[in-house]
Write a protein that binds this ligand. Structure first.
Ligand SMILES: O=C(O)c1cc(=O)[nH]c(=O)n1[C@@H]1O[C@H](COP(=O)(O)O)[C@@H](O)[C@H]1O
Length: 239
């Protein structure tokens, strides 16, 4: 996956998606999530591939190992660059996911990278304690899931920018730290809890940033993308 920000295509249809993408070339990365994939199915992936985008297929699988393994075998055949599972599904489930991906990847093609979601960026300390009944701190929980994900042989995690540095220290700088919850100072936080700016993501060691509404909801999405890309890459004069 290219280093550029990953744009979350959280749209209701292929029509809306391609309308949005008219101002973007294949040099950007895109993320297809549940809404778009459930609506349009594998055809949306084929169309995005034709346009040259690198694709993160974000379906956050979380089920018994056998089911996840078979599902990953199917997803591997789509030719996407990155997929994910919930680390809370456990080490055996994550190992099964990797096995399914290896099995389903056509010969001669690079297997998609696979990452584990630690604690969603919409989760805060209170939810971890009261709703998940986890006694450890949110950061300890994220780090625990990151280590489990690495032990299972996966390529990295989804985490917030707040945990990227400690995960780098423990799991290594090469271990992917894909960080959503990205906001510019003027953006609304919306349903996210652990947010950060693109510059913070760069400084804390995120390997990739996922950006949805700060771009898709902007009055000029292309300009918002360029601004975020420059801040992320450190090429902005004020970054
Ligand atoms: O796996 C993800 O991509 C993901 C994990 C997470 O912890 N938090 C999170 O926001 N996401 C996704 O990242 C995107 C963030 O969207 P915005 O909040 O609009 O930037 C959404 O498509 C989420 O589904």
């Amino acid at each position: 996956m290219k280093k550029s920000p990953i744009i979350a295509l959280d749209f209701e249809s292929a029509e809306k998606t391609f309308e949005f993408l008219t101002v973007f070339e294949g040099d950007v990365n895109v993320k297809v999530g549940m809404q778009l994939y459930y609506k349009e199915g594998p055809a949306i992936i084929a169309r995005l591939k034709e346009r040259g985008f690198d694709i993160f297929l974000d379906l956050k699988l979380h089920d018994i190992p056998n089911t996840v393994k078979s599902a990953m075998e199917v997803l591997a055949s789509l030719g996407v660059n990155l997929v994910n599972v919930h680390a809370a599904g456990g080490k055996t489930m994550m190992e099964a996911a990797l096995e399914g991906l290896d099995k389903g990847t056509p010969t001669g093609i690079k297997r998609p990278s696979i990452i584990g979601v630690t604690q969603l960026t919409s989760t805060d300390e209170r939810q971890v304690k009261e709703e998940q009944l986890i006694q450890a701190s949110l950061q300890q929980s994220v780090l625990h899931y990151a280590k489990l994900t690495k032990d299972a042989g996966l390529d990295g995690v989804v985490c917030s920018v707040q945990e990227a540095a400690i995960i780098s220290e423990v799991c290594g700088p090469e271990f992917l730290k894909v960080t959503p919850g990205i906001r510019l100072p003027e953006n609304d936080v919306q349903d996210q809890k652990r947010i950060a700016t693109p510059e913070e993501a760069r400084k804390e060691g995120s390997t990739h940033i996922v950006v949805g509404r700060a771009i898709t909801g902007a009055s000029n999405p292309r300009a918002a993308y360029e601004q975020i890309n420059a801040l992320w890459k450190g090429t902005d004069r004020n970054g």
